[in-house]
Ligand binder design. Structure first.
Ligand code: SF4
Ligand code: SF4
Length: 408
């Protein structure tokens, strides 16, 4: 598509990037068919092609309104459209730029500003979030249904491995995950321990930056990114083999670090090295399939329904690995119809767009429950908590299932 960007953004790094992305779009509309918000709302402007058109107009200097902001707000950033697009349009990057421009041009109502600021400051801050989650879990039965849906039941903690190994991998603990589902990190460490790999963590690492990035607080998000690079660097220097991600949402963001800091001379090179080392569990563990098959026992679980998070299948383009590994371990893995569609969790989307979010959740659960599996497994803390809030079928991380198969 032809473009003619306005003076305010032409020639800037963001303008050049947006321009190159826009020029790739041929307006074919294939992406519209796989967009969850278009499917729900049936409005062209709530699908990728319409949103791309809105962003093009905005970057070409057309007036920006609350309506433009609303259509971009309703986007889940699931990137299903990117997987579908035959022209390689990087919608995720474009919408990041588009959202930043809208934030600069359209002032949100006070309530929204406060809500977004609160989310951006509270969720990534484990000093605030962890005690709040603990209190929430203690008083869970007394809370409203809406609040209960956001607070998973407290877990009985797994014992962390104590053995030391020569081989070491660094793991991102995450910001909300250790408070909401601490056993995901422990299960990861236990599975790697069984393979003779020690999982180490950097105490000063924190949020991957995704929460602030998606809320449009780009500068704060870049501080999160730089903080993690600083915290991880001594471990990289010490020769860790990989940086392990067990939340696909974080993995998708960490893999963007080189891009996010490409113009920062103090960090660009280190960010590239971090990206080179970053691997989702689904990229590492299949390499150990033989050892895991030898170590695993059946232990009562035989059928699972797998929900592949968007950040895994679209954001990182990782598809099929979890299913294949669990199948090799004797589990029958069932995929729901429309497994490419988002469950509605999408970071803070369930707070900011609750109606659409819960509609998508219920549609996803309907399809998952039709599979009549013993468990639903997924690969991202947000999806797991969101799905669990609408079903009595247990929903868990696949690494916890794997840990169960190894240790019982
Ligand atoms: S599928 Fe790709 S090229 Fe076609 S309209 Fe969507 S983004 Fe544009
Ligand atoms: S990212 Fe997801 S919700 Fe947003 S336009 Fe693409 S497919 Fe639709």
């Amino acid at each position: 598509m032809q473009t003619n960007l306005a003076d305010f953004i032409r020639g800037t790094p963001e303008g050049d990037e947006a321009d190159a992305i826009l020029r790739k779009c041929v307006h074919c509309g294939f992406c519209t068919a796989t967009c969850p918000t278009y499917q729900l709302l049936g409005d062209e402007l709530d699908g990728p092609r319409g949103r791309i058109y809105l962003m093009k107009q905005m970057l070409e200097g057309a007036p920006v309104t609350r309506s433009t902001q609303l259509h971009l707000d309703r986007c889940l950033t699931c990137r299903s459209c990117e997987t579908t697009c035959p022209s390689g349009v990087q919608y995720g990057r474009l919408v990041e730029i588009g959202r930043k421009v809208v934030e600069e041009k359209v002032e949100r109502p006070l309530r929204q500003r406060l809500q977004r600021k609160l989310l951006a400051n509270f969720l990534p801050n484990s000093t605030l979030f962890t005690p709040a989650m603990k209190i929430g879990q203690q008083f869970r039965p007394l809370l409203s249904k809406k609040l209960r849906a956001k607070i998973p039941l407290a877990e009985r903690p797994l014992a962390a491995p104590t053995r030391k190994h020569e081989r070491k991998m660094l793991m991102l603990s995450g910001c909300v995950q250790p408070a909401m589902m601490p056993n995901v990190n422990t299960a990861t460490a236990r599975v790697f321990d069984a393979l003779g790999i020690e999982i180490v963590t950097a105490p000063d690492a924190g949020c991957c930056g995704a929460i602030r990035l998606h809320l449009g607080y780009n500068d704060d998000a870049l501080e999160d990114v730089r903080n993690n690079i600083d915290a991880w660097w001594p471990y990289v220097d010490d020769g860790v083999e990989a940086i392990v991600m067990n939340a696909s949402g974080c993995g998708a963001t960490v893999k963007e670090y080189a891009h996010l800091l490409r113009d920062d001379p103090a960090y660009a090179e280190r960010a590239r090295r971090i990206v080179d080392l970053t691997r989702d569990l689904a990229e590492i563990l299949p390499q150990y399939e033989e050892e895991l098959v030898t170590l695993a026992r059946r232990r009562g679980v035989h059928t699972v329904a797998f929900h592949p998070p968007c950040t895994l299948q679209h954001g990182q383009q990782i598809r099929g690995q979890v299913e294949q590994l669990l199948t090799a371990l004797g589990i029958e893995v069932r995929l729901p119809a429309d497994s490419h569609l988002c469950c509605g969790s999408a970071g803070t989307y369930s707070v900011l767009q609750p109606k659409l979010s819960y509609k998508l959740r219920d549609q996803k659960l309907d399809k998952l429950e039709k599979l009549e599996a013993q468990l639903i497994v997924s690969a991202n803390v947000g999806c797991i908590a969101h799905l669990q809030s609408g079903t009595s079928t247990p929903v868990t991380h696949w690494i916890q299932l794997l840990e169960h198969l190894l240790y019982g």
